[in-house]
Design a protein around this ligand. Structure first.
Ligand SMILES: C[S@@+](CC[C@H](N)C(=O)[O-])C[C@H]1O[C@@H](n2cnc3c(N)ncnc32)[C@H](O)[C@@H]1O
Length: 250
């Protein structure tokens, strides 16, 4: 008789079955990441949360007609993931984005001899170039309409229906309904709220908004603004995995 079968004689069947089920659950591996997103992660620097990737997939599949907006692109990891899901779900929506590449830190490496200003300037150029190269490589067939401006300036243009030349040198008219917005720019409470209120003005009924870094600590700026948005009667929480993903219902 094995130790396991001996033990089983003394454990009530209900407890045994619950314990086995919990053990099986603990062994269930997390869902495998989309292969294309994995290859983007291997090539582009960034901090893209796996829960956000699942939210992109879900929101882009279910969103109404309208544009997709990204505030804060850094080196293009999330932008290229969003473009991948637009392709995967056969959605024709264009991605519009804003990032003036306000790059802070990390500190100049010891002994670089560049000086703080030169180091930051070179680092900014590196991130900006990486965004361009990554996007031209991974999303050549559907480049986003990116604008190298702050989100405030971007939304002013959106509201005005302005025609502007984008980062890739193409003319585009901004404005119209938004179907999905990913807010990942300046993470301060006030700016995240401002970005949300701008999105809210144009978000179509049934549209989605995802707040990056809103699910780590309730006192974080993004968390406070996302929770405030989630409390609005026109919104419901679709997921908090861990970050807030909301749908506009009214
Ligand atoms: C966390 S990174 C974005 C990461 C990117 N979404 C990704 O996952 O690959 C934040 C970005 O927000 C940008 N940013 C900061 N303030 C901004 C503002 N007011 N408007 C637009 N972008 C801003 C920064 O330049 C930076 O590239």
């Amino acid at each position: 008789m094995t130790a396991k079968s001996m033990l089983r004689q003394f454990v009530p069947p209900v407890v045994w079955s619950l314990a086995s089920r919990a053990k099986r659950g603990a062994r269930t591996p997390p869902p495998r990441e989309d292969a294309q997103v994995k290859s983007l992660r291997d090539a582009i620097p960034g901090w893209l949360n796996a829960g956000n990737v699942r939210a992109f997939d879900r929101c882009i599949a279910a969103m109404p007609e309208g544009a997709v907006i990204e505030i804060g692109c850094y080196a293009g990891l999330s932008a290229n993931a969003i473009l991948h899901f637009l392709q995967k779900h056969g959605r024709r929506a264009a991605l519009f984005s804003a990032d003036p590449w306000v790059i802070e830190g990390p500190a100049e490496p010891a002994g670089s001899g560049l000086g703080e200003a030169e180091w930051l300037g070179r680092r900014r150029a590196y991130i900006r170039d990486t965004y361009e190269r990554a996007t031209r490589l991974h999303s050549a067939a559907r480049l986003p309409h990116h604008f190298e401006v702050s989100s405030d300036a971007f939304f002013a243009d959106w509201r005005a229906g302005a025609v502007r030349t984008d980062f890739f040198g193409r003319e585009a008219r901004l404005g119209g309904p938004i179907a999905f917005a990913y807010i990942d720019g300046d993470h301060s409470r006030d700016q995240v709220w401002k970005d949300f209120t701008h999105v809210d003005r144009h978000l179509a009924k049934g549209g989605f908004v995802l707040f990056d870094d809103s699910g780590f600590h309730p006192l974080d700026g993004a968390a406070q603004s996302a929770a405030r948005a989630a409390a609005m009667p026109a919104y419901r929480i679709v997921a908090k995995a861990p970050h807030y993903c909301l749908q506009k219902t009214g």
